[in-house]
Design a binder for this molecule. Structure first.
Ligand SMILES: Cc1ncc(COP(=O)(O)O)c(C=O)c1O
Length: 441
């Protein structure tokens, strides 16, 4: 049976306990004829089926909780895939977005844009203080992580072209990487599952082995324009980069005059426990380009490609652009998010909740060795690694009111909001424990 605490506020009237043998399943998938089933049917006829969705329709969220159309409450340990770092329904996010909507939603990139300038100066100042990217850095705004990486590849190629002419265009990426779905960013995304059917992709891309210094020596040379790396790999299986590996990448890029690109789209902006995930290496491995997106405006679409002054100098009017990039609503909210996500209140909470989660994960590893291989990650970008696929675990936890994410290499990703409360973490961990107990029988 579930322990009492994990059910507080989660068991909803009208939902039966369907499996008394092991667990109290309070959130069974909605039956035919329910509101949810009808919405699912409508989607099937209208929207391309590229998403393998769970049979849930979310109606609203509050803090670390989501509520579905059937009125059921879930603990959200996904944060919309590392997006809603300040939780759902944040009053200041709503206020700023509403206020900006009444003033100016869009005016195009023909004119100067105050919210974008304010946000860019906050990001640039933070980098100057914490990361030592060759200052002053400069920013290009777009709308998704994929676009930010696509932009990074273009800018790195342009910098190589301006300094070395044609022929210096090779891009190095790593196994288990995830950088997006456009043809360019897909070319540097390792998982063959995402690439199949879309090839040929970008020529001149070379894969190396993550955290393996020897492997980079074999692929980085004077044809290399850029190396792109996630300081903590997310999608491909939670795996933090070693500091020595990042330093070796920096040295190799310096030797061959290539741009080092950090993709901090999932691991950046506080999620790792530091505002910039790469700041653990400080000025020993400063990047030339950084990409951020997901939590930058807590769910409004926005991304940024941040480049060193050296790269910025190689770019001129008309060489890149985006209709929506730098959208005033997203940027206005983004400025607030940067202030909050870089505050010691949030970063201390990330470290505290990291400790609570990982000490229970250590317990799970000892208690359930047939299921759990171990755990890894930084801050609130954590992976509980199973011996086999965690699909059953994730499905059963969901039916008990806890939302979790799959990740590569048999990981269950645990990504709560960065302002998550102690009691929510405790409840989520209890549900995980109950689910593991059930599966270990
Ligand atoms: C590290 C990383 N890069 C890029 C992307 C692509 O971002 P988007 O889905 O916003 O295009 C993701 C998305 O999960 C990601 O985790």
């Amino acid at each position: 049976m579930l322990c009492k605490r994990s059910l507080q506020g989660l068991r909803q009237p009208g939902f039966q306990t369907l499996s008394r043998r092991f667990l109290s399943v309070t959130h069974e998938d909605p039956a035919p004829g329910t509101t949810t089933a009808n919405i699912v049917d409508q989607e099937l006829g209208n929207i391309i089926g590229v998403y393998a969705r769970y049979p849930l329709v979310m109606s609203h969220g509050q803090g670390s909780y989501l509520f579905d159309k059937e009125g059921r409450k879930y603990i959200d340990f996904t944060s919309g895939v590392a997006v809603t770092s300040l939780g759902h329904g944040h009053p200041e996010v709503a206020r700023l977005a509403g206020d900006q909507c009444t003033k100016l939603v869009h005016s195009s990139n023909l004119y100067y844009n105050e919210p974008a300038i304010e946000l860019s100066s906050k990001l640039n100042n933070s980098l100057a203080q914490n990361s030592k990217i060759s200052t002053p850095s400069k920013i290009f705004f777009s709308n998704s992580g994929t676009e930010a990486n696509e932009t990074a590849l273009k800018f790195a190629r342009k910098a190589a072209y301006e300094t070395n002419g044609e022929g210096k265009s090779q891009i190095v990426y790593f196994n288990n990487s995830f950088h997006g779905r456009s043809l360019g960013s897909l070319s540097i995304t390792a998982n063959p599952k995402y690439r199949r059917g879309f090839e040929p992709l970008l020529p001149g891309v070379v894969q190396a082995t993550y955290n393996d210094i020897e492997s980079i020596k074999q692929v980085i040379n004077d044809k290399t324009a850029a190396v792109i790396v996630e300081p903590v790999q997310g999608e491909g299986g939670i795996c933090p980069a070693n500091a020595e590996f990042l330093v070796a990448l920096r040295k190799a890029c310096d030797k061959f005059n290539a741009s080092l690109i950090y993709d901090e789209i999932q691991c950046g902006l506080g999620r790792s426990g530091d505002f910039w995930a790469h700041s653990i290496v400080k000025d020993q491995a400063s990047p030339d380009i950084i990409t951020v997106a997901k939590p930058l405006a807590n769910g409004l679409p926005i991304s940024a490609t941040i480049v060193s002054s050296k790269v910025a100098e190689t770019l001129h009017a008309g060489e890149h652009g985006s209709t929506f990039g730098g959208n005033p609503v997203a940027c206005r909210v983004g400025s607030f998010c940067v202030d909050e996500l870089s505050s010691s209140k949030i970063l201390n909470n990330v470290r505290k909740q990291h400790n609570t989660l990982t000490s229970r994960f250590a317990e799970f590893t000892t208690k359930y060795p047939s299921l759990i291989r171990g755990y890894a990650g930084r801050g609130l970008l954590l992976g509980l690694q199973f011996n086999q696929s965690p699909t059953d675990f994730i499905n059963i936890a969901r039916k008990q009111g806890l939302l979790l994410l799959p990740g590569g290499n048999n990981n269950t990703r645990v990504l709560p909001s960065l302002n998550v409360k102690d009691s929510v973490i405790a409840d989520g961990l209890d549900i995980m424990d109950d689910t593991l107990k059930h599966l270990s029988k």
